[in-house]
Design a protein around this ligand. Structure first.
Ligand code: ATP
Ligand code: MG
Length: 433
């Protein structure tokens, strides 16, 4: 990183479409108060990128020359978080503005083994720097644009405006070096590709095969968070398509078939729910991504275990295997296990368990899951079971009773079974005695 221009390209207020009006009032409060206190403070990253693209940002990040402690001091309702680097969270009711201090990156040529491991991975990244240095430590050029709400200027140190206009995702510096510093950046590349519809710089694509396995060194909890962002931000279908056709998929989801219809259907549905402001839970996606693995393990285990035991064990194994890669918080794995456990009962619709299944806390999720399975398997039986439950939910209580009766009379008579048992014991008795 030798020939970095120190002076940024500056767009004055009338040369771009970002205005104070389009910025969150709380974020402006933060930048205004920091500026009044004598610090530099600007909006940076995804929010500036999105505003320039005419998209409403989902959050507003502030970068400042004030240290985290100085920010903490200035804002009563703030706290410091983060281990890898400390940032300040300033609270406004339920809204949180993230404030990070200008930092510089430790580039490979100033290699220092306290900050990097042998492969170039950043271990610590907490050295404060200037605005200019802060721009260069960021991942993509389009993520390193600054908006100064006081002057109204947009600042570009790294050619981000040009890439934004060309819909190009390009690393600041050498892709190979930047990925080795922090391999999660390749996942971020897919995320922004999916979200923005940008094309990946061919130099990034070329690095994918060789760098995919670097993700194995990333703590499972961080990978889970990053994967969550990939699938829970409203463009999961596209993100999955990109992931499945990349070498990253085998590293992140080794047990998920890349062509699984169920995953595609569920991802598209997640996007639709987010677009309608309906709640989505990561537990559901865990259930979707690990379903095939769970089924395969169940089949194997049924050779040596009772069916119910085999399924419980299969669920534990499928979750445990994925845990090694992406930590799955317990509430989400429990959710997936419940959804899996209910599938057989939803399919069978045994009269004696129907109302219990219907009242189960996860009924709705399990039913949705059944719908997706029916839609993705093109199976007439699943289709029939799914339709049955659709009608059951929608009809009046007396019609529900009639449906239950119909199921009851369609089932083999318990009396007949009892008679058979009696016959058996009658047959056996003489031999026993
Ligand atoms: P989103 O719209 O998803 O919030 P974003 O670009 O704001 O996208 P964040 O994860 O919120 O992404 O990060 C904020 C900014 O911090 C990024 O725009 C980028 O400049 C910088 N950044 C985040 N993660 C990294 C990373 N791993 N390496 C370098 N810079 C990063
Ligand atoms: Mg952001």
């Amino acid at each position: 990183m030798s020939e970095q221009p120190l002076e940024p390209t500056r767009l004055s207020a009338h040369e771009h479409n970002v205005t104070r009006k389009r910025v969150d009032a709380n974020a402006l409060d933060v930048t205004d108060r920091l500026t009044q206190a004598g610090y530099q403070a600007m909006l940076v990253g995804g929010c500036v990128r999105d505003l320039l693209l005419g998209v409403q940002p989902k959050d507003f990040d502030v970068a400042t020359s004030a240290t985290p402690e100085q920010v903490r001091h200035l804002f009563r309702r703030s706290r410091l978080i983060g281990r890898r680097f400390r940032i300040a969270h300033v609270r406004y009711g339920r809204d949180i503005i993230e404030v990070s201090t200008f930092r510089k990156s430790q580039s490979a040529d100033e290699h220092d083994e306290r900050r990097h491991d042998a492969s170039g991975l950043i271990l610590r990244d907490n050295v404060y720097g200037s605005l200019h240095e802060d721009a260069f430590r960021r991942d993509f050029t389009v993520n390193a644009l600054y908006y100064d709400p006081i002057s109204g200027e947009v600042l570009d140190f790294v050619g981000g405006l040009k890439d934004l206009a060309a819909n190009q995702l390009r690393f600041i510096g050498e892709p190979r070096v930047r990925i080795r510093e922090d391999p999660v950046r390749i996942l971020r590349a897919l995320r922004f590709q999916a979200k923005l519809g940008f094309s990946l710089d061919p130099a990034i694509k070329a690095e994918l095969p060789e760098t995919a396995q670097l993700l194995e060194a990333i703590p499972a909890a961080r990978l889970f968070d990053e994967v969550l962002k990939l699938f829970m931000s409203g463009y999961a279908a596209k993100a999955w398509e990109l992931l499945a056709s990349s070498p990253l998929c085998a590293v992140l989801f080794p047990a998920t078939p890349k062509a699984a219809n169920l995953v595609r259907v569920a991802m598209a549905n997640t996007d639709a729910r987010i677009a309608e402001n309906k709640p989505v839970t990561p537990g559901f996606l865990v259930a979707v991504l690990l379903w095939d693995d769970y089924l395969a393990r169940s089949v194997t285990l049924e050779a040596t275990h009772k069916p119910a035991e085999a399924r419980a064990l299969a669920a534990s194994e499928a979750v445990a295997a994925q845990q090694q890669i992406t930590a799955i918080p317990r509430r989400f794995s429990h959710f997936a296990r419940d959804v899996w456990g209910l599938q057989g009962r939803l399919e069978k619709r045994q009269a004696r368990s129907i109302s219990r299944v219907f009242e189960h806390g996860r009924f709705r999720a399990a039913y949705d899951f059944l719908l997706f399975r029916a839609a993705s398997d093109h199976s007439a039986e699943l289709e029939e079971a799914a339709t049955w439950w659709t009608i059951y939910q929608e009809c009046e209580p007396d019609e529900r009773d009639a449906m239950l009766d119909a199921r009851r009379s369609a089932e083999p008579k318990p009396r007949r079974r009892r008679r058979r048992r009696r016959q058996n014991s009658a047959e056996q008795k003489p031999a026993d005695s």
